[in-house]
Design a protein around this ligand. Structure first.
Ligand SMILES: Nc1nc2c(c(=O)[nH]1)N[C@H]1C(S)=C(S)[C@@H](COP(=O)(O)O)O[C@H]1N2
Ligand SMILES: [Mo]
Length: 198
């Protein structure tokens, strides 16, 4: 397995460390809208479905055989906590989508347990998003989304779907769980896009 470390450049600090309205935490809060699903790795599957219904599937072994990357990033929750310099291991969406033919503009990411979240497809590309299976050198704990979760650190953390199961590429944007309940459709923490209208 080839591992590309992106942590060696050190933390980039081009702007204020904290987006507006955020405070720093040292612990790692757990925020889940429902119970932690019980996922057997034997049954785990990740599916990418294009807008023309072409599908790619990975079982756990196939997923873990993909090249992974270690990234150190800051994360920002809409409930105002931020955590700086968190280190994750995961497979980039660039790797998962490599060779997928699509003209879709959007993605809807779905989870075991029923959660979902939407974002523009371009926000999943160019090493801005990973399906993470490791956190802080350990396997990702179930309460934080293990066996694998989406990690999209440049958007509020509700976009980082835990227990990820599928990515659907869409021509038309479709709100996910929180977006359908009034959270901002895009969710840029630096623009404080917390709710519709922000
Ligand atoms: N499947 C799923 N993913 C989810 C959630 C959820 O309820 N279910 N909550 C979201 C929200 S609102 C946040 S802030 C982060 C919290 O991640 P953490 O529990 O690892 O801190 O997960 C996001 N991903
Ligand atoms: Mo959140």
């Amino acid at each position: 397995m080839s591992t590309v470390s992106r942590g060696f450049r050190g933390r980039r600090r081009p702007r204020a460390e904290l987006p507006p309205g955020q405070y720093l935490v040292e612990d790692f809060p757990v925020l889940s809208a429902g119970p932690t699903p019980d996922i057997d790795l034997q049954d785990w599957e990740l599916t990418i479905t294009s807008e023309t219904d072409q599908q790619r599937h990975w079982d756990w072994a196939a997923f873990r055989a993909l090249p992974s990357e270690t990234v150190t990033v800051d994360i920002h929750c809409v409930t105002h906590w931020s955590k700086l310099g968190t280190t994750w291991e995961g497979v980039s969406l660039d790797t998962l989508l490599d060779g997928v033919e699509t003209s879709a503009g959007f993605a809807l990411v779905t989870s075991y347990g029923g959660y979902s979240t939407n974002l523009p497809l371009e926000d999943l590309l160019d090493h801005k998003a990973w399906i993470a299976f490791g956190y802080d050198g350990q396997e990702l704990e179930a309460e934080h989304g293990g066996p694998a979760r989406l990690l999209v650190p440049h958007l509020y953390l509700w976009k980082s779907a835990k227990w990820v199961r599928g990515v659907r590429l869409l021509d038309q944007d479709e709100p996910g769980f929180w977006e359908g309940l009034g959270y901002h459709n895009y969710g840029d923490p630096w623009q404080e896009q917390r709710f519709w209208g922000d």
